[in-house]
Design a protein around this ligand. Sequence first.
Ligand SMILES: C[S@@+](CC[C@H](N)C(=O)[O-])C[C@H]1O[C@@H](n2cnc3c(N)ncnc32)[C@H](O)[C@@H]1O
Length: 269
Amino acid sequence: MCTLTESVLYNFSQLIYENLGIKLDETNQEMLKARLNRLMLKSNIKNYSDYFKELTANKGAPIWSEFVDEITTHMTSFFREDGQFKFIQENIKSITQINQRIIQNNEIRVWSAACSSGEEPYTIAMVLKEALPENIKIKILASDISNGIIQKAQGGVYPQEIKQNVAPLLLDKYFKLKDGSYNISEEIKSMITFRTFNLMNEFPFKNTFDMIFCRNVMIYFDNKTQSNLVNKFYNFLPKNGMLFIGSSESLAKIDHIKLKYVRPSVYMR
Ligand SMILES: C[S@@+](CC[C@H](N)C(=O)[O-])C[C@H]1O[C@@H](n2cnc3c(N)ncnc32)[C@H](O)[C@@H]1O
């Protein structure tokens, strides 16, 4: 493998920032280099500049999807940051009563906006199914920039370790143990639509979402990108719609934030 110069590394970092919104700094250089090496080996390209040219000329092609899958970090789990789900369970009555949209339409629309391998939207589906009255239809959009991870999410197959995070009652009710893995039930799957979507793009939706989950992805974005994104979310929340962010994230530095603080990492329009 040839050497990676500062300027070529900078070109890759800019490419990632401009297309994925992810801001890499010096502390990420070794990680980026290792990931680039893996990708180039896979594509049988020996030179960083050639790989860069191939990538930029073929956005949308498999080489680009593989790059996005490798650059993004997909760590997630069922019931991650459980406090938010407890908050929903405990306050479901008031959450639905103050949101006219839910009552008028007898449906709740939720967006898991960086859903990774599906644990987040499946958790949301189980929590809402347990908490809401039968007559309210649960509709969840789950999206992620990584095509590979969306395919995994759609499969809904998880290792036995999920027992550490999913309560036995829910495991029993909403999963089937098959060939040593837990398969999410069709009932829960049918509540979710999976899509590949880049949060840097304009939102193509006609309707608002009663709840938006955008957790543990804004940490990779700079302040400007976070501000743009949160303001876009604002436009897709109805009155009293809620935004859930990751517990290590904050909206404190977001310009012109119009969302009201509800509790740590939960905001309301
Ligand atoms: C660390 S995971 C978080 C998953 C889940 N929200 C959670 O909190 O457990 C971050 C996810 O954000 C996705 N992501 C990164 N940049 C993105 C972008 N520009 N648009 C959409 N998704 C993005 C990654 O592919 C990854 O699956």
